[in-house]
Design a protein around this ligand. Structure first.
Ligand code: HEC
Length: 112
């Protein structure tokens, strides 16, 4: 019995930071990225249309872009378009990693 409670509380302790992480990434996205990339990464925004920002929910886009490439653009900005700024001075490495993870969740709604 005691060992079962121990297991359960250990599990909860292990999950808590992961949950907090997911919320952080969503909040960060809403605050810093949504204006251009849209709430769902589809970039159906004025900036998205004007700058032809890629639709991050597309499976082909998700497949083409590696985590490392996404991480690099977030940290250093885009070499193609100065509107995509470098975030390395504004976000921690953990926040940038979390955002890459968050971008991967857009694929769930993918329609090709
Ligand atoms: C002021 C508008 C703007 C904001 C705010 C913005 N972006 Fe971007 N982002 C762009 C544009 C424009 C591009 C397209 C650049 C290009 O063509 O390579 C882009 C491209 C990207 C790409 C690469 C897409 C690709 O196909 O290579 C990633 C990843 C990205 N943004 C993530 C983010 C994240 C994460 C945030 C928030 C921390 C953010 N962006 C905030 C405008 C913005």
């Amino acid at each position: 019995m005691t060992s079962r409670w121990f297991l359960l509380s250990t599990l909860l302790l292990l999950c808590a930071p992961a949950l907090a992480h997911a919320e952080d990434a969503a909040a960060l996205w809403d605050k810093s990225c949504k204006n251009c990339h849209g709430p769902d990464g589809r970039a159906q925004t004025r900036m998205g249309q004007k700058e032809s920002i890629p639709d991050m929910s597309r499976a082909s886009w998700q497949k083409r872009e590696s985590d490392a490439e996404l991480r690099k653009v977030i940290a250093n900005g885009s070499s193609h378009n100065p509107k995509m700024k470098a975030y390395k001075d504004r976000l921690t490495p953990e926040q940038m990693d979390a955002l890459v993870g968050y971008i991967r969740t857009f694929k769930a709604e993918a329609k090709e």
